[in-house]
Design a binder for this molecule. Structure first.
Ligand code: EPU
Length: 420
């Protein structure tokens, strides 16, 4: 298994171009199942999870073509299977996102039920109940969700608690071809959900309330393929900005939408950074400044994202004072804490709250991460730790950060990959 070796480098500097958003690309790829004609997607990041999604779609009979700019054309006009097998769902939970489009367009789907994962139990009951409310017959047999609908799904009034990102996306994709109007209440407002809704509207769907917590979907009879460019990855951008904050550097991220990072940028400012934005760049300057501790509570968008929690936890671990971070989205998303403790961080956890007492320095160690953002946080810690940090299980990183070593090299970081 590949490892990343990271060593302390001092200041970073320069620009990093942000890739397309993983969590927007995945539902949009699955959304291609809804169109009767080919769709062409650009700004799709080259990541393990995207490869897995394409594999899944291809296994169902979707024709997939890449052009010379690595844009992806997907043609779902002749599907041969409506099944997402265990082997693929097991490697990527987002495979559940084929359930809504398959049921909505073909009236049938068989999708392996995702199990729990390192960060929490992550049930999909809201996805299932919503589709049942739209008239689907859903059984769980031998670990598979078997969904059928007698004719088109029917519009329904669905309220979702807690707020769920992929739940909202799955129900949105089920509802666009339903008969009548669907209301999705307490919907997730994440920019990735809005990007999916904009993509579906471009295909001919009638969704209103984009970006709000009530989405209203007037079902249409068919959708057609379109050309669409995925939004920038706000979490990738936030991760590189955190690298600059931790190393007391000045860094600009380009091809990003600063509006998607509003609360995160406020927290960087509170941590002592100077932030300047243009329409599509963010510059963070932490030179000659000291890191201040910031208290954080993770919550659904537009509040502080759980996907930036681990990165801020490392910043706090090196800040001048004490802070708390409360994780309200996933019940087990502090797995990086024990690894950071091995690097010298002073953190205690009680329930869903971490109390972090800043230390002057961290030291390198072999560490292991259990999820994507935790792995990112360990790399960040490695950038300032004395000596070498070896991050094991790099496959987590490859699921969500495109060309991570190349991007870090470009800004002067010492990081390289060891392959077994
Ligand atoms: N939940 C339920 N029932 C459901 C669905 C969700 O109880 O049917 C609960 C979950 O257990 C969790 C909470 O609702 O406690 C929120 O989970 P959500 O469904 O919003 O998470 P998700 O859709 O599975 C997406 C991202 C995650 C990101 C979360 C929260 C994708 C592919 N994944 O997951 O991204 O952390 O939203 O913003 O969009 C990552 O990129 O590293 C990552 C984990």
């Amino acid at each position: 298994m590949d490892k990343l070796v990271v060593s302390c480098q001092g200041e970073l500097s320069g620009n990093i171009e942000i890739s397309g958003a993983k969590n927007a690309a995945l539902p949009i790829l699955m959304g291609c199942l809804l169109a009767e004609t080919p769709t062409k997607l650009s700004n799709v990041p080259h990541l393990m999870d995207v490869t897995t999604s394409i594999q899944l779609l291809a296994s169902m009979g979707v024709d997939v073509l890449f052009d010379e700019h690595l844009n992806i054309e997907l043609d779902a006009s002749h599907l041969t299977s409506k099944e997402a097998p265990y082997e693929l769902v097991n490697t990527m939970r987002a495979s559940i996102l084929v359930l809504g489009p398959l049921l909505g367009r073909f009236g049938e789907a068989k999708v392996s039920l995702p199990g729990g994962c390192a960060i929490g139990s992550r049930p999909v009951d809201i996805h299932i109940h919503g589709m049942q409310k739209m008239g689907a017959d859903i059984q769980v047999e031998q670990g598979y969700i078997i969904a059928k609908s007698n004719g088109r799904l029917k519009g329904a009034d669905i309220s979702m608690t807690p707020v769920t990102v992929t739940g909202t996306e799955n129900l949105l994709m089920a509802a666009v071809l339903a008969e009548g109007t669907t209301y999705l209440r307490n919907a997730a407002r994440e920019p990735e959900v809005t990007d999916l809704a904009e993509f579906l509207n471009k295909m001919g769907a009638k969704i209103s309330g984009l970006g709000t917590s009530t989405l209203v979907i007037e079902g249409v009879e068919r959708l057609s393929g379109v050309e669409y460019s995925v939004i920038p990855d706000r979490i990738e951008a936030g991760t590189y900005l955190a690298a600059a904050a931790i190393t007391k550097s000045k860094l600009t991220v380009t091809k990003v939408n600063p509006k998607h990072l509003s609360i995160v940028l406020d927290k960087f400012t509170e941590a002592g950074a100077d932030i300047t934005c243009t329409a599509n760049t963010i510059t963070l300057d932490m030179r000659n400044r000291s890191l201040k501790p910031v208290n954080i509570v993770t919550d659904p968008y537009p509040l502080f994202p759980t996907d930036m929690q681990a990165q801020f936890l490392v910043m706090n671990a090196l800040a001048d004072g004490e802070s708390t971070i409360q994780e309200t989205i996933f019940e087990n998303r502090f797995m990086h804490v024990s690894e950071l403790a091995r690097m010298g961080a002073d953190i205690s956890i009680e329930g869903n709250t971490a109390t972090i007492r800043g230390v002057k320095k961290l030291h390198g160690a072999p560490v292991m991460a259990t999820d994507l953002r935790a792995s990112a946080s360990l790399i960040l810690a490695g950038l300032v730790a004395e000596g070498e940090t070896i991050v094991n299980r790099v496959y987590h990183i490859d699921r969500g950060y495109e060309l991570i070593e190349e991007k870090f090299h470009k800004i002067g970081a010492h990081i390289y990959r060891l392959s077994d």
